[in-house]
Design a protein around this ligand. Structure first.
Ligand code: S3P
Length: 168
């Protein structure tokens, strides 16, 4: 196994848990959203506003193509990365996909006040329930394993992932 790839909805803790996991396992950490922001030289919310979601999704797919040589990375992904089946296929080829899940009210608490999630700008609770309902089957089909983070601290999420039978 080469890499650990964290998938899941916004606010499921992919970035926070991913950084700690990488530190504990002496692996590298990257976040596909950060890579996109670096390349675009603008924030995700501005990419959505100025170029549209489809452009963002194209950038997301291109980023995945650059990851094929990566080894011993914890990779945190954007919540919508699983929407294109070819993205999932490419990610599965380079590592194990760990789904971090959380209940809608927990997600709401974690993301409220954060302005850089364009998909949740208006009526966030309704959006969370709606998008999560549509995506949950896709996340679960893509994942090798699921960790429900709803009642766990970041440290507990990391311990849980480290106890799984997927470690490099
Ligand atoms: C998105 C999730 C975001 C970011 C973009 C779209 C989504 O990443 O990629 O706002 O479609 O769920 P996080 O899951 O890291 O917030």
């Amino acid at each position: 196994m080469k890499n650990i790839i964290l998938i899941g909805f916004m606010g499921s803790g992919k970035t926070t848990a991913g950084k700690l996991l990488a530190e504990k396992l002496s692996m590298h950490f990257i976040d596909t959203d950060d890579l996109i922001e670096q390349i675009a030289q603008k924030k995700i919310s501005d990419i959505f506003k100025e170029n549209g979601e489809a452009h963002f999704r194209d950038m997301e797919s291109k980023i995945i193509d650059t990851l094929s040589g990566y080894d011993k990375f914890v990779i945190a992904t954007g919540g919508g990365i699983v929407l294109r089946p070819e993205n999932v296929t490419k990610l599965k080829a380079i590592g194990q996909l760990v789904l971090l899940s959380a209940k809608p009210d927990v997600i709401y608490d974690r993301v409220k006040g954060n302005k850089d999630r364009p998909l949740l700008h208006a009526d966030p609770m309704a959006k969370i329930k709606d998008i999560l309902g549509k995506r949950n089957p896709i996340y679960r089909a893509a994942a090798d394993i699921e960790v429900d983070t709803s009642k766990l601290s970041v440290a507990q999420v990391v311990d849980m992932i480290m106890s799984l039978d997927i470690m490099p």
